[in-house]
Design a protein. Structure first.
Ligand code: ZN
Length: 125
């Protein structure tokens, strides 16, 4: 491995560590207004082509998103670098919000009640 290769390897390792720190930190930059307007106009942030009716991932075609992810995994850039450059939308909070309502409270109570009964019925205990 020559000096140039070694330098590239170290730089990628540093970028991967920066990526890991960004993940732990959990903060992501936001998109500028003009990049946000691209999403509303259904244009891919990465390639600037219409999104059409294909699957859209974080403001990009699925294919473009995969290309970005592979660049992040190779240590070329961090996720936040791509977001700052306006090429990737920030992550939206994942999962459906658990609604606080009486039905969920009741179901959770019943569920734990069933679990307790099962414990009691174990023949080996
Ligand atoms: Zn695209």
């Amino acid at each position: 491995m020559d000096a140039k290769e070694l330098q590239t390897t170290i730089q990628r390792a540093v970028t991967l560590l920066r990526s890991a720190l960004e993940k732990l930190d959990g903060t992501q930059p936001s998109l500028s207004k003009d990049r946000e307007s691209l999403i509303k106009a259904k244009v891919c942030l990465a390639c600037n082509l219409p999104l059409g009716d294909k699957k859209v991932v974080r403001g990009c075609h699925e294919y473009c998103h995969k290309k970005i992810i592979s660049r992040i995994r190779s240590g070329e850039r961090t996720e936040n670098d791509f977001i700052s450059a306006g090429l990737l939308a920030p992550e939206s909070p994942s999962g459906r919000k658990q609604l606080k309502n009486p039905l969920n409270d009741y179901l959770n109570t019943v569920e734990s009640g069933v679990a307790d009964k099962r414990k009691l019925k174990k023949p080996n205990d």
